[in-house]
Design a protein around this ligand. Structure first.
Ligand code: ATP
Ligand code: MG
Length: 775
């Protein structure tokens, strides 16, 4: 043990060795926060703390698993097995199952995923005959989710005049009713959604003092990673559980708080010392992950944020190569650049695919990257997006399996009752739903009593319903005696799912069958694995629990060597030698939806900080001058975040091209590999800023001045800044052609012009990128 502690630096050792009492570790990226948590747990066990008494909450289940493995290497796997570790959702789902009866839930409750929740809300909106363009199901789900995460129950909602008024003002006066219906329907189906797992845990701990006491006594030591991203509901759980022993250790970085849009509350970090007046604050300052160049560039970015805690991050690592900035004409070309660079770097430096990550702001950006990687035969893996378990054929199988465990599960039932087709039509399902709502029972219970309820169904239909009930019941009998694999294999055969898919001989149809095979293989692996875990038997319900709470990262077994593609949000806590942050463009990153307030922009900037600090050796920032968005070719400007980094940390890979202008007429060539020499005008334009720019440079605030020598660069060439332009000027834009300035707003680097172009209509452009010429 001592040897592991000896490898930590002095500042890291202190929190590890403080056995009792509350503590908070605030430190920048790569400073060893997660490592400190890991070693601390091992050390506690070494000091004789029973692993059953330790609860560690992580951002993904994969992170928990890795931590556990690491601890097992130090203290032995038998001991480590008994640690309570996982995400908030998985740990508290487990506790809720054990205590479900106290909340009136069955212990085999289903966990609805987002798809299930949104489908149910859609159905409710339809039943209530509301306009789904006003009550947009996904938006409604978002509202309900945020109520739940702030512990606003249906009752609390209706008692809160402000909320009622806010929803009425936003033309959704019946939102509360939808909320109430949704909660009731979930309850009737024996189902909890993701947010319920936290809300119900709070309810359980608040209303059952004996339960609270039990878990307070059990979790004598609580540790939380990524504390900056906990929401209110999670915060309350941690506070309640740690109240008795106060042995709570949280680690986080306010500069990496990136889930405010989902209700994460940075105040949880800021107020920690208020909640625990005895709390000890530790800071770690040395970064072990990245080169000096990356660490300093990242520092200079986060410096631009106003809301932040003062922190120092430095590294003893080498300076390393500069951050490479690459511009391309289209997103397809951007993809080709990334793939080619990975290919070459791999060859030159003898690296694996797993040493590279491509990070983006939105999932939609993965397509161009995928195309390019495929062309070069570079294996990759996409995290996030539509996960394996949400593919139609997979979800169909899972819904049958869910019904076996919990026949009340309405979403599962509605999905498969007539798939494969067995002559139970929509009208019948509608009648069943109405009856179920009326009797406040599940649809399955109505089906079981179909002879006793008059739904005006003919006897043929009734028999079909009875057959379905018998089929599910027969699966249940088998399930009791067998493991998850056995029953899953049986269900796919007996329901006719596979036979149905076999009718489709197209490559897509065959792929679907292969997916089901992959699912069965996965279940087999799971079953075998579970048999080695204490208290587990590899049952179907264990498997379904695992699936419901799996994040995409969790499926990564790490055996195959692939380039990782994911959104920046998902990359939190991870590290890679080479990182590409792609789509560095205004309106994409920072996102167009996040530029309304300073707070939103600062969250985007934190996201950029997270992205850059994932890189160990080399970071790339790439942007395209045009890309397909929502099926339309859109022009884009480089992200302001590139400009925010001091030039000394950057290397422009495409410098000579900024000396040339692209001929607007040739833009259509961007569809393929064009000969770029054709796109160039013969006369290069100087990239040095004109004299009047250097002379009239607006003075940046003091802290920025330190980082950024005045007049160094304006990516994309020097430009007309502000005071020369007025409304009414006729200007020329290199791509959009001639237009008239109809408005000006903002100052300095944010100065924008609204321009009415002769072709293409009105556009708003950032002047520092727009390269306008007055004519
Ligand atoms: P993030 O904020 O991104 O989650 P973090 O603060 O949790 O980062 P870790 O992931 O724990 O940082 O550590 C970053 C890297 O530095 C890891 O590869 C870790 O093994 C390594 N590291 C941490 N502390 C030390 C140390 N004292 N000596 C050597 N390597 C270290
Ligand atoms: Mg970490």
């Amino acid at each position: 043990m001592q040897q592991h502690i000896g490898k930590l630096n002095e500042a890291q050792q202190q929190p590890v060795l403080q056995k009792e009492g509350p503590m908070i570790i605030i430190a920048g990226a790569g400073s060893g926060k997660t490592r400190v948590l890991t070693i601390r747990i091992a050390w506690l066990m070494h000091q004789g703390v029973d692993p059953f008494n330790i609860l560690a909450l992580t951002f993904t289940n994969k992170a928990a698993r890795e931590m556990k493995n690491r601890i097992a290497e130090i203290v032995g796997s038998n001991e480590a097995k008994n640690l309570w570790m996982g995400t908030f959702h998985s740990v508290f789902a487990r506790i809720l199952r054990a205590e479900a009866d106290k909340l009136g839930y069955p212990s085999n409750f289903t966990i609805y995923d987002t798809q299930d929740s949104v489908r149910l809300i859609t159905a409710i909106i339809k039943e209530m005959q509301l306009d789904k363009d006003v009550y947009k199901p996904k938006q409604v789900y978002g509202r309900i989710s945020s109520y739940k995460n702030n512990l606003i129950t249906v009752k609390a909602y209706f008692n809160n005049p402000e909320l009622l008024e806010a929803d009425a003002m936003s033309k959704k006066p019946r939102l509360g009713e939808i909320y109430a219906n949704y909660v009731e329907r979930c309850f009737k189906s024996g189902a909890m959604d993701f947010d319920d797992l936290l809300l119900k845990t709070n309810e359980l701990l608040n209303t059952h003092p004996e339960v609270l006491q039990k878990y307070q006594n059990r979790f004598k030591y609580i540790l939380v990673d990524e504390y900056q991203d906990t929401n209110h509901s999670q915060y309350l759980i941690v506070r309640a559980l740690s109240d008795r022993f106060q042995n709570i250790c949280v680690v986080g970085d306010d500069a990496q708080s990136i889930y405010a849009f989902r209700g994460a509350n940075i105040n949880n970090i800021l107020n920690f010392q208020k909640d625990y007046p005895d709390a000890k604050l530790y800071r770690l300052e040395q970064n072990y992950r990245s080169t000096k160049n990356i660490v300093e560039a990242a520092n200079s970015i986060i410096d631009k944020n106003k809301v932040k805690l003062d922190k120092v991050v430095w590294t003893a690592n080498d300076f390393g190569p500069k951050i490479k900035v690459h511009r391309s004409v289209t997103d397809a070309e951007e993809g080709r650049f990334v793939a080619a660079t990975i290919w070459e770097t791999k060859m030159n430096q003898q690296l694996n695919n797993g040493h590279f990550a491509i990070l983006y702001r939105t999932n939609a950006q993965s397509r161009a990257m995928e195309d390019a990687l495929r062309k070069r035969d570079i294996p990759y893996r996409i995290y996030g997006g539509l996960s394996f378990y949400q593919r139609k054929e997979i979800k169909d199988v899972l819904c049958y399996l869910r019904l076996v465990i919990n026949p009340k599960d309405e979403e599962a039932l509605v999905r498969v009752i007539n798939f494969p087709a067995r002559g139970i039509g929509d009208t019948t399902v509608e009648k069943l739903t109405i009856a179920a709502n009326h009797y406040k029972r599940s649809i399955f219970e109505v089906m079981e009593n179909i002879d006793k309820i008059d739904l005006k169904l003919n006897s043929g239909t009734k028999n079909k319903l009875k057959d379905f009930v018998t089929m599910i019941r027969s699966f249940q009998v088998i399930e009791e005696k067998h493991d998850a694999f056995y029953i899953a294999d049986h269900v796919t055969k007996k329901t006719g799912l596979v036979q149905e898919l076999k009718k489709d001989a197209t490559p897509e149809g065959i792929a679907r069958i292969e997916n089901i095979e992959e699912l069965l293989n996965g279940i087999k692996d799971f079953t075998e694995g579970q048999k080695e875990v204490a208290d587990a038997r590899g049952s179907l319900s264990e498997f379904l629990e695992d699936v419901a709470l799996a994040t995409d990262l969790d499926k990564d077994t790490g055996d195959d060597d692939r380039v990782a593609l994911m959104t920046i949000h998902l990359a939190k806590g991870l590290e890679f030698p080479h990182v590409f942050v792609v789509g560095m463009e205004e309106d994409l990153f920072p996102s167009a939806m996040s530029m309304n307030t300073r707070a939103e922009l600062e969250e985007e900037r934190r996201l950029f900080y997270v992205a850059l600090t994932r890189a160990e050796q080399q970071a790339y920032l790439t942007y395209a001058q045009s890309r397909y968005r929502w099926g339309k070719l859109t022009d884009s400007e480089p992200s302001r975040f590139i400009e925010e980094i001091d030039d000394q940390y950057l290397e422009y890979l495409t410098p000579e091209e900024s000396n040339y202008r692209f001929r607007p007429m040739l833009n259509t060539d961007i569809f393929g590999d064009v000969d770029k020499s054709k796109l160039r005008l013969s006369k290069p334009v100087s990239s040095a800023p004109p004299k009047w720019v250097t002379e009239n440079q607006p003075k940046p605030p003091a802290d920025i001045r330190r980082l950024k020598p005045v007049g160094t660069k304006a990516p994309g060439g020097g430009n007309l800044f502000d005071d020369k332009l007025t409304v009414g000027n006729i200007v020329m834009h290199e791509r959009f052609g001639k237009g008239e300035i109809t408005g000006l707003e903002g100052v300095g680097a944010d100065r924008k012009a609204e321009i009415k172009f002769e072709v293409g209509g009105i556009k708003k452009l950032l002047l520092r990128f727009a390269r306008l010429e007055i004519i």
